[in-house]
Design a protein around this ligand. Structure first.
Ligand SMILES: Cc1cc2nc3c(=O)[nH]c(=O)nc-3n(C[C@H](O)[C@H](O)[C@H](O)COP(=O)(O)O)c2cc1C
Length: 151
């Protein structure tokens, strides 16, 4: 599946109780339905961040821009302080939006399905906002902009 180029997004919410940001990088975010507006993504059952985001119920998906490799590296690590060197701001729902991203999608989780060693998360789109730059693309494990890939 590495041959299928995809965009890269950070799914992030605020941990109930502490309010700490929790998030991870996903390459599986996609449009699911237009009416109602829904998106979906897959998250590993072993994810440490997803249970925190799940409890919050709300999250923002920040579509990373080409060049945000440091953000991608930080948010795809399993460290506890992933957000220490990452700039973010709050959406109207209070969920973390990554600064400088290509687009932001504010969501509310509506359903979670079992899918092998992943959960398929279905979420309602509450708000969409476009940023600037070019999107980050991942292809065969390499991060780049879609112009650089020349497909
Ligand atoms: C480009 C890229 C795409 C990824 N896509 C996914 C994905 O769709 N679902 C997933 O569960 N993990 C995905 N990962 C891996 C998670 O970001 C990584 O396992 C993360 O450390 C999980 O952190 P957590 O345990 O705090 O949730 C991806 C990583 C990268 C670099």
């Amino acid at each position: 599946m590495g041959h299928l180029p995809t965009g890269v997004a950070v799914v992030a919410g605020r941990e109930p109780g502490t309010g700490h940001p929790a998030g991870l990088v996903v390459g599986t975010l996609q449009s699911l339905s237009l009416d109602p507006p829904l998106v979906s993504f897959s998250v590993a059952t072993t994810s440490r961040s997803w249970p925190k985001i799940r409890r919050a119920g709300y999250f923002s998906a920040s579509v990373l821009a080409d060049g945000q490799n440091d953000v991608c590296r930080a948010l795809s690590s399993r460290r506890d302080d992933k957000f220490a060197a990452v700039d973010w701001h709050e959406s109207a729902d209070g969920t973390p939006q990554i600064a400088g991203a290509h687009a932001w999608i504010d969501c509310k989780t509506v359903q979670e399905l079992a899918g092998g060693d992943h959960f398929i998360v279905i979420a309602e789109v509450r708000r969409l906002e476009a940023g600037g730059g070019e999107p980050m693309v991942v292809h065969r494990g390499r991060l780049g902009g879609y112009r650089a890939l020349r497909f």
